[in-house]
Design a protein around this ligand. Structure first.
Ligand SMILES: NC(=O)c1ccc[n+]([C@@H]2O[C@H](COP(=O)([O-])OP(=O)(O)OC[C@H]3O[C@@H](n4cnc5c(N)ncnc54)[C@H](OP(=O)(O)O)[C@@H]3O)[C@@H](O)[C@H]2O)c1
Length: 106
């Protein structure tokens, strides 16, 4: 697979899975764009990516911010979405594994 001359946007691309995806895409020749909520995350991520990478700050829970982001981004070839809260890992004892009551009709 080659991503040469492809523009890859990774929403949530400033850490974890998103940053790893952006780094891998860049290694495959893509021009990558990472976006997340805070400037410091974006700046830190950009230090680990090729100089062709771009970063944007946007809170994806804010519809206006999302509109602005897509307006500012311009065109792209691939969109990756990995923005989310970290996994809430907990003890198995804390899980409620009872089967939920099914609705009247499945
Ligand atoms: N890591 C795993 O093994 C694993 C496994 C299964 C599922 N997941 C799920 O996959 C998702 C990503 O996991 P991860 O480990 O890569 O998490 P992560 O390292 O916390 O990365 C989340 C990314 O999303 C950004 N982000 C979060 N909320 C945002 C918002 N409202 N607007 C814009 N950007 C936002 C964060 O940056 P800012 O904080 O700067 O906004 C960060 O760049 C999570 O939902 C996680 O629950 C992870």
């Amino acid at each position: 697979m080659t991503l040469i001359d492809q523009r890859v946007v990774v929403l949530g691309g400033t850490s974890g899975i998103g940053l790893a995806t952006a780094a891998r895409a860049a290694r495959e020749g893509a021009q990558v764009v990472v976006a997340s909520r805070n400037q410091r995350s974006v700046d830190r991520a950009l230090t680990t990516l090729p100089t062709t990478a771009q970063g944007y700050v946007a809170n994806l829970t804010d519809p206006d911010a999302v509109s602005r982001l897509f307006h500012d981004l311009g065109s792209f070839d691939h969109l990756v979405y990995t923005a989310g809260e970290p996994l809430a890992l907990m003890s198995v004892d804390a899980l409620d594994c009872r089967r939920p009551t099914p609705p009247a009709r499945w």
